[in-house]
Ligand binder design. Structure first.
Ligand SMILES: NC(=O)c1ccc[n+]([C@@H]2O[C@H](COP(=O)([O-])OP(=O)(O)OC[C@H]3O[C@@H](n4cnc5c(N)ncnc54)[C@H](OP(=O)(O)O)[C@@H]3O)[C@@H](O)[C@H]2O)c1
Length: 284
């Protein structure tokens, strides 16, 4: 079975590729930068951009199933191209905000954008599709690596903000199950980690993993926003600040912990302590 993996050079995508190869799939990837891709032997690499229709058509030729990375404005075109190419199934992840768990999530900047992407896949893509809606990624803690390495400190506007963040290997495992199982299509799954964790607890776990006591310094939300908007779209930065301030004030408004990883993969979701151990090298 030939499976196209987009986003294969990203943090989740690399796990998807490794797991699919281990399952014996014939893996093809689409990347804009094959020279830097550094993918395992046995993978077929196609150079291209998800936003360029000719690249997408070439990548989909002869493909049985595909994992679609959420470059949101490229999704409607990809869905139609996949259907035209006779692809049997597409698996997409968006984000847990798309589940509209509460009023805050339904009012977020990203909610209508995720929902439109999901609707485009369901409406114009292949008959078999699965949408995974992951909780915020544990890998967001990598934003803290430079100040941890240089000063042993993490500066946060809402240190007690809480969320069941997900390990990228668990998200990848759910993607692989959705690609390979025959009974996971036509559904949306919200995927979370195994426990609600505050940001201050994440910092402590990273300190534990690297054998250093790390400090948390509270900063003004606007200071965080002005730095974050150098690498995050303003709408996302605003969504994050709203979620953090509300879950810090009232943890009951956080995304609930869900058993989806266990249900889809048969294994418990990895803890943040596990993530910190897996990524200790990034912070040391
Ligand atoms: N951070 C969170 O907490 C969170 C939570 C839920 C959902 N999300 C969603 O996850 C996505 C970001 O994930 P990430 O930061 O983990 O990604 P990442 O590791 O930085 O990976 C980005 C991947 O996307 C590929 N890519 C990007 N633009 C592309 C394009 N135009 N054409 C082809 N490939 C393209 C890159 O491939 P090449 O560079 O090799 O071409 C790379 O493999 C966002 O869409 C976000 O909405 C994030």
């Amino acid at each position: 079975m030939t499976i196209l993996v987009t986003g294969a050079t990203g943090k989740t995508g690399r796990h998807v590729v490794r797991e699919l190869l281990a399952e014996g799939a014939d893996v093809r990837v689409l990347t804009r930068h094959p020279e830097k891709a550094d993918l395992p032997p046995g993978v077929t690499v196609v150079k291209g951009d998800l936003t360029t229709p000719e690249n997408v058509s070439a990548a989909l030729d002869g493909v049985d199933r595909a994992f679609l990375f959420p470059v949101l404005h490229a999704i409607p075109e990809f869905a139609e191209a996949a259907k035209r190419a006779g692809v049997g199934r597409v698996v997409l992840f968006t984000g847990a905000w798309a589940a509209g768990h509460n009023e805050r999530d339904r009012g977020s900047w990203v909610y209508p954008r995720y929902r439109a992407a999901e609707a485009a896949l369901a409406g114009s893509g292949p008959a078999e599709w699965t949408v995974l809606r992951p909780a915020p990624f544990a890998t967001n803690a990598l934003w803290w690596a430079p100040s941890v390495r240089a000063e042993g400190v993490v500066r946060l506007p809402h240190p007690d903000a809480v969320c069941p963040i997900i390990h990228e290997a668990d998200l990848a495992a759910t993607v692989v199950r959705a690609l390979l199982s025959d009974d996971r299509h036509g559904a949306h799954y919200t995927v979370t980690g195994p426990a609600a964790v505050t940001q201050a607890e994440q910092v402590a776990a990273i300190g534990e993993a690297i054998g250093r006591t790390l400090r948390v310094e509270r900063i003004e939300p606007e200071q965080w926003r002005s730095e974050a908007e150098r690498f995050l779209r303003p709408g996302i930065a605003g969504d994050l600040l709203r979620e953090w301030s509300e879950t810090e004030r009232d943890p009951a408004t956080a995304l609930p912990v869900l058993p989806t990883v266990q249900e889809l993969t048969g294994r418990p979701a990895r803890t943040f302590a596990q993530w910190a151990a897996d990524h200790a090298h990034d912070f040391a």
